[in-house]
Design a protein around this ligand. Structure first.
Ligand code: NAD
Length: 299
């Protein structure tokens, strides 16, 4: 990808959910500073209004929205506000999220339902309501917030981790469905000191070394129409930017019947990291079946 000028968002409209504080606040500020008209969404309306006023005072364009993205009415209202205010919609940053930490032995139905409602249902509802407008824009960009807790797991984060893994699957489906209409969807796995993480007391994490401002440029890049990535997960924190990926190794193919003992006896090949692909679509996995002489067919 060729390096060119500054990445600007003039004449573009963006929604950042959960933008009242933390990471979303930094994302909204940066997009506005780069010329975007921004809907600052947060269920805490006062915070959203405060940030919108600050952005406007700095010469940017922003409108506050207090919708709760976890409900169809809230997500619908949010999109309606954006299109009503700006007449278009180019970028969605699905950032709103909640974490309720509890070990699996103490997992409550309330924690499961609340986490799924905000993180997963909210992300799906907003993307779904925004889709026709992003399609009209011709270069829609969706950035969804995942987490290391979903990608690699974290103790005491079972419902949270489940939703964040679900967001990756959703992002990859959107990427494949959006390709034909110019919509790209990617996910950000951030690491930053915010209300969500400050009680964890992670050594070395300070506002300077791990601030949300060190994640925002990555989200702004993924939100830009020049961004060619689609269906990827970028990890960002402390100034480091990296790629998470799903790998699939060549595995081991049984020449005949497959018994549990065959799995035990061939485990080294089955879990080997010597030779693997990074599949883009399910067709790539079926191709490995073909390579093993089993024929993936064309399902
Ligand atoms: N901070 C990190 O290191 C980290 C790590 C991994 C993932 N994340 C993800 O990044 C995102 C932002 O995290 P943060 O650390 O800034 O958290 P935060 O708690 O500081 O901010 C989240 C914001 O979302 C808002 N919100 C919650 N539910 C909402 C709803 N239903 N509708 C609208 N707004 C709602 C909250 O009011 C809050 O202002 C989250 O999705 C989080 O899971 C953060």
């Amino acid at each position: 990808m060729a390096a060119a000028g500054e990445l600007r968002f003039d004449d573009r409209a963006a929604i950042v959910t959960g933008a009242g504080r933390g990471l979303g606040n930094a994302y909204a500020r940066l997009l506005a500073a780069r010329g975007a008209a921004v809907i600052v969404n947060d269920r805490d309306r006062e915070l959203a209004e405060g940030l919108a006023v600050e952005i406007e005072a700095e010469g940017g364009r922003a409108v506050a929205d207090g919708s709760d993205v976890s409900t169809p009415d809230g997500a619908g209202q949010l999109i309606k506000t954006a299109v009503g205010e700006f007449g278009r919609l180019d970028v969605i940053v699905n950032n709103a999220g909640v974490v309720l930490r509890e070990p699996i032995t103490e997992l409550s139905v309330d924690a499961i339902d609340r986490t799924i409602a905000v993180n997963l249902r909210g992300t799906l509802l907003v993307a779904h309501a925004a889709w026709p407008h992003l399609e009209s824009a011709g270069h829609g960009r969706i950035v969804n917030a995942t987490s290391a807790s979903g990608l690699i797991g974290n103790p005491q984060a079972s419902s949270y981790g489940a939703t964040k893994a679900g967001i990756v699957g959703f992002t990859r489906v959107l990427a494949q469905e959006g390709q034909a209409v110019g919509i790209h969807a990617n996910a950000i796995s951030p690491l930053a000191l915010t209300r969500m993480t400050d009680t964890l007391g992670i050594p070395g994490w300070t506002a300077e070394t791990m601030g949300p401002g060190l994640v925002a440029p990555v989200v702004a890049y993924l939100a830009h129409e020049e961004c060619e990535l689609n269906g990827e997960v970028l990890s960002a924190g402390g100034g480091r930017v990296a790629r998470y990926f799903v790998g699939l190794n060549m595995g081991w193919t049984s020449p005949g019947e497959l018994r549990p003992e065959d799995v035990r006896d061939n485990l080294d090949s089955i879990v080997s990291l010597d030779d693997y692909i990074v599949p883009r679509t399910t067709v790539d996995e079926l191709g490995l079946l073909d390579a093993g002489g089993k024929g993936g067919g064309d399902e």
